[in-house]
Design a protein around this ligand. Structure first.
Ligand code: UGA
Length: 437
């Protein structure tokens, strides 16, 4: 089948390459000419496992091409996936829909009757209906469907090729048939396919992200209670997670969530719910957001206490800058927010990250970056573990203890083995856990 994918960010690039790989003819479109040139040469704008190979293969096969022209896109196919960003508005917590609107307005004059526009971006509920209305005046007979994307950064290709579910919101049997045909290999492999109305499909996405964010903030709230009670939130998390109705994932007490999705999605959802008169129903999301942000402040305060009340003249090693392991993305990264706050409050901060140093430096040039863990930790008064990269679990705490000025570890992600660090002479602190040393 033929389709365009408009917007070649994370979602669009991966979707375009995966659709071409399962046999479709795909034209990727973006307004950024430099990005289109690089994609046309088979180079991905982002770092994702398997994406470079996938792009090279599908571009070479001729099934994937790129262009900057929406007019060319409208002539090329009757199905258009819209994958543009919906960031937080600068002046409020609502979603900024200017990119979505400009794609629709740009396409409209070129569309032929019977066109299907399929939104993949995360949007406020009601967006598909609003766009359909907007298009009705310009190009009658164009349908707007919604097909939210659930991929995670770091496993984007795998999540797109083998999703846990597909959700499509349509207003006609024709649109359902087109989307079933596009996803036929996944449906044949047993991936559950939920076909519903566009409003429900839009809501599935924000409800899923809200639930996951709530799960994280719930366990972080429990960690605060454990801190006050002298109890152990890690054991608590494992014990409640053993109940299959709760489940152990997304239940690690720690520094909380960041990235380009959860924080802005829960804010935009709360703002939209208020607009449609359902604000009270999701008022708890404000608390989820507050709990999450508080973990960053609590980490800074805990570091200050561990250093005797002042950062001045103290050296802190920060392990991790990316918003999560497996990604070089530093957008709303809790680790970087903490590192910048420590620096701003007078500490000498040295940051290590296996992938994200370049991106981190671009946003926080005032911080010092180290190429390896040893360099970051040399003469440190405190080591802070802020992004749970698997390689940090391989650190030899005994060897590291010989490099630091004082062997004090604050494992803000609760992922390092406290016993082996304590056995190597470290004072080990972690949120929601009694001190081990
Ligand atoms: C998230 C969702 O998992 C995807 O399904 C969704 O498609 C995507 O947002 C989106 O809306 O586009 P992503 O932001 O890539 O994906 O990352 P996650 O792996 O979900 O992690 C989100 C944040 O939660 C990270 O900062 C991570 O460190 C944090 N986290 C995760 C915790 O703080 N604690 C946990 O126990 C688990």
């Amino acid at each position: 089948m033929r389709m365009t994918v408009i917007g070649t960010g994370y979602v669009g690039t991966v979707h375009a390459a995966c659709m071409a790989d399962i046999g479709h003819q795909v034209l990727g479109i973006d307004i950024d000419a430099e990005r289109i040139a690089s994609l046309s040469a088979g180079r991905a704008p982002i770092h994702e496992d398997g994406l470079d190979e996938l792009l090279a293969r599908t571009v070479a096969s001729g099934r994937l091409r790129f262009s900057t022209s929406l007019a060319e896109g409208a002539a090329f196919a009757g199905t258009h996936f819209m994958c543009v960003g919906t960031p937080q508005r600068p002046d409020s917590k609502a979603a900024d829909l200017r990119y979505v609107d400009s794609v629709v307005d740009g396409l409209a004059p070129h569309l032929r009757p019977g066109t299907l526009i399929v939104g993949k971006s995360t949007v406020p509920v009601g967006t598909a209906a609003r766009l359909a209305e907007r298009l009705a005046d310009m190009t009658p007979g164009t349908e707007v469907a919604w097909n939210p994307e659930f991929l995670r950064e770091g496993s984007a290709v795998e999540d797109t090729m083998r999703p846990e579910r597909l959700v499509v919101g349509v207003t006609s049997q024709h649109a359902e048939a087109v989307l079933r045909a596009i996803y036929a290999p996944m449906i044949a492999a047993g991936v559950p396919f939920f076909c519903t109305d566009p409003a429900t499909a839009e809501l599935v996405k924000v409800a899923a992200n809200s639930f996951l964010a709530t799960k994280i903030s719930f366990i972080n709230a429990m960690a605060e209670v454990c801190d006050a009670a002298g109890a152990d939130a890690s054991v608590l998390a494992r014990a409640i997670g053993a109940d299959s109705r709760i489940g152990p994932r997304f239940l690690a007490p720690g520094l909380g969530f960041g990235g380009s999705c959860f924080p802005k999605d829960i804010r935009a959802f709360a703002a939209r719910a208020e607009e449609i008169g359902a604000g009270e129903a999701v008022a708890f999301l404000h608390e989820v957001d507050r709990i999450n942000t508080r973990q960053r402040q609590r980490t800074v305060e805990r570091a200050r206490r561990l250093l005797g009340g002042s950062f001045t003249g103290r050296r802190i090693a920060v392990l991790g800058a990316a918003f999560k392991p497996g990604s070089d993305d530093v957008r709303d990264s809790p680790a970087l927010v903490v590192a910048a706050a420590l620096h701003q409050q007078g500490a000498e901060v040295r940051v290590h990250d296996p992938e994200a140093v370049d991106n981190a430096r671009a946003v926080h040039p005032e911080l010092t970056y180290a190429l390896d863990v040893d360099k970051a930790c040399e003469d440190a008064d405190l080591v802070l573990h802020l992004t749970d990269w698997p390689e940090y679990q391989d650190i030899d705490p005994a060897a590291l203890a010989t490099l630091v000025r004082s062997p004090v570890l604050l494992d803000a992600r609760n992922r390092l083995d406290p016993r082996s660090w304590a056995a190597a002479g470290w004072a080990v602190h972690a949120p929601g856990r009694p001190r081990l040393s």
